[in-house]
Write a protein that binds this ligand. Structure first.
Ligand code: DQA
Length: 149
């Protein structure tokens, strides 16, 4: 069976607690909800000829499965905000290293300006690139980058 062409498909994966965006520490993460971000990305995606598949989970294993799924489907790129898992997850590091699909790390805040336990990223050393500190705009910048792959 032929797989549908996913070369214009970008997965946008979001980790724990990002379902609470909009009400979660808005002074740090802003007032945009994940639905707002999805809408913004779909609009930009239409301009770029890219399709967006935005997902969120509070469970590490779902993120692993989705990265592997993106790779096996031949998706253009994965944009990931791994949230708190950024600072703990060897598993996500290994998953990203294990696929050929380019992965872009995004954070709404700039972790380097925050508590020291946020300074290390297990995602960053496996990702193609990282965008931090620009709030929801960072996702759009990442999508613009994915359009060049
Ligand atoms: C975050 C930064 C992480 O340190 C934090 O645990 C998050 C959100 C960000 O987008 O700024 O949950 O990934």
């Amino acid at each position: 069976m032929r797989m549908p062409d996913a070369s214009n498909l970008v997965y946008v994966l979001n980790g724990p607690n990002l379902n609470l965006l909009g009400t979660r520490e808005p002074e740090i993460y802003g007032h945009d909800t994940l639905d707002d971000i999805a809408g913004m990305l779909e609009e930009r995606g239409r301009e770029l000829g890219l399709e967006i598949d935005l997902r969120q989970s509070n469970h590490e294993g779902h993120l692993v499965d989705w990265i592997q799924e993106a790779a096996s489907r031949g998706a253009r790129a994965v944009i990931i905000n791994a949230a708190g898992l950024t600072h703990t997850s060897v598993v996500l590091h290994d998953t990203i290293k294990g696929v050929k699909t380019p992965v872009i790390e995004v954070h709404l805040s700039n972790p380097q300006r925050r508590e020291s336990f946020r300074h290390h990223s297990y995602i960053g050393s496996a990702a193609r690139g990282t965008i931090v500190g620009f709030g929801a705009l960072g996702y759009r910048l990442a999508l613009d980058a994915a359009a060049t792959f």
